[in-house]
Design a protein around this ligand. Structure first.
Ligand code: ATP
Ligand code: MN
Length: 463
């Protein structure tokens, strides 16, 4: 008999019909009447399904009574309306097949609640918990929503390379890619001779797909990347990973305000999508992880974002009551505490800060006419702070070259990037959205390590 996923069985009208499901046991209760209730979950939905196993089954005593939490079983039976509360249907089993038992003395996921921290050490089992099953489904829904949003708007999905030969963009924060043996690497002039390395030069894991995206936007008009990026920043915070996924749209013939519109639309779309597709998972997060989450998501799914300039942001922060750890001064970057103060306290809504001082932003951001600022934007969300960083890119060849020189970057490495400004240059803009932070925000999970299947952070790369 063909197996049906539990999510489909739970909404099925085929009462009285035969059905087959399989999954992992969440609970088993034996009734005095000589039968058992077994709840199984296959991850297709938040809820599992209740199965009534009659004592008459030939393997009831020999096998069914040995089934414990975590065992993998398949059940064939009849779908019946459930007399109990909390479920519409249940299955009366006519056959139970046991695939794998889970010794209750060893299986770590017994009933009691285990801290998220502890669960990180058993990342191979945590997807079987309610919380991590729900995080995985929400993450999946957000990924699908991302593709749908951009594909519906005629964006082309671009695969940017993960290995890059340019180290200038993420100075100091990059992981080196090499096949040379540490300690036995060939030397030249007192340092490692990378001309003998795999690529014949130093290479690194990418920190961003933006420069590739700009290349393709300069030919195909609108593109987006959605892939892993890597940063060796030693920041042990609850919103940084060493390996994280980013979505980076890039649009030709667009300016900063088009860019901000796109970011707003995209973020709202994701909220709407996940509210529609994952109601049970969100209800769980609302009840057990962050009170008020659902209300907040509903509000955000329709609300406008507040747009202010960096200079206005500094003025608002200078008026703030109380102390910040990092002083507020025109010219310094906004710290996480400042970002959160703006979005949580001052405006109590998502905020897009634009026009940052040029000295704290990347060389490729477009110079504003004031000579002091660039057309940068950061999108700030309450709870996580920065979720998006983006800008209108400098499309004027001479100004870009000046920026590269001013920042002391190796001009010769950017010949191809400068070429885009020599041949058919156009105003264009784009941004990067940290996917993990989006998952964090929509689930209410406090730590980004619990928003990705296998977190990579300083001193930790489990499995
Ligand atoms: P932050 O100031 O928060 O460290 P950033 O300014 O270095 O971020 P960008 O280079 O602007 O980040 O990257 C774009 C987006 O990628 C950020 O807005 C954020 O959502 C996400 N992001 C950046 N670094 C990380 C990280 N280490 N882990 C997870 N997400 C990240
Ligand atoms: Mn940023």
């Amino acid at each position: 008999m063909k197996r049906t996923l539990i999510k489909h069985v739970l909404v099925s009208d085929a009462i009285g019909e035969p059905v087959k499901v399989a999954g992992w046991v969440r609970t088993r209760r034996d009734s005095k009447g000589g039968f058992s209730f077994v709840e199984i979950n296959d991850g297709s939905s938040f809820s599992g399904i209740q199965v009534i196993v009659p004592g008459e089954l030939e393997n009831y005593e020999s096998e069914v009574l040995h089934v414990t939490i975590g065992s993998a079983i398949a059940v064939e039976g009849e779908l019946v309306e459930s007399p109990g509360k909390g479920q519409r249907v249940e299955i009366h089993a006519t056959r139970v097949t046991i695939y794998g038992l889970a010794d209750p003395d060893d299986y770590p996921l017994q009933k009691k609640r285990i801290s998220f921290e502890k669960l990180r050490d058993i990342a191979h089992l945590r997807p079987r918990t309610n919380t991590f099953g729900a995080v995985a489904r929400v993450r999946n829904a957000l990924a699908y929503a991302t593709h749908k949003f951009y594909q519906d708007r005629d964006f082309l999905y671009l695969h940017a390379p993960m290995i890059t030969g340019s180290d200038a963009e993420g100075a100091g924060e990059m992981f080196r890619v090499t096949t040379l043996e540490p300690g036995a690497a060939p030397q030249a002039g007192g340092s490692v001779d990378y001309s003998q390395d795999f690529f014949g030069k130093p290479t690194f894991l990418t920190v961003s797909g933006q420069l590739s995206a700009e290349t393709y936007a300069s030919a195909l008009d609108r593109v987006y990347t959605f892939g892993p990026t890597f940063r060796a920043e030693n920041s042990n915070t609850r919103r940084h990973l060493a390996e994280f996924w980013m979505i980076e749209p890039e649009v030709a013939f667009a300016d900063l305000s088009d860019n901000a519109d796109l970011a707003e639309d995209y973020i709202r779309y994701m909220f709407q999508y996940v509210i529609e597709k994952c109601p049970d998972d969100l209800a769980f997060f609302d009840k057990w992880v962050e009170e008020g989450l659902l209300d907040r998501l509903h509000t955000l799914a329709t609300s406008e974002f507040r747009r202010i300039t960096y200079t206005e942001a500094i003025a608002a922060l200078e008026k703030a009551e109380g102390e910040f750890e990092f002083p507020v001064r025109w010219g310094s970057d906004l710290q996480s505490e400042h970002e959160r103060y703006l979005t949580e306290v001052v405006f109590d809504q998502p905020v897009i800060v634009v026009d940052y001082p040029k000295d704290i932003k990347a060389f490729y951001m477009r110079r504003n006419d004031d000579g002091k600022t660039v057309a940068a934007m950061d999108v700030l969300l309450p709870g996580v702070g920065e979720i998006v960083g983006g800008s209108q890119r400098e499309e004027r060849h001479d100004v870009l070259l000046e920026s590269i020189r001013e920042k002391g970057l190796p001009e010769e490495e950017y010949w191809w990037y400068l070429d885009l400004r020599r041949f058919g240059t156009v105003p264009h803009a784009g941004f990067g959205l940290g996917f993990g932070r989006m998952v964090q925000f929509t689930t209410g999970m406090q730590n980004i390590r619990d928003a990705i299947p296998f977190p990579r952070t300083p001193n930790s790369a489990e499995f």
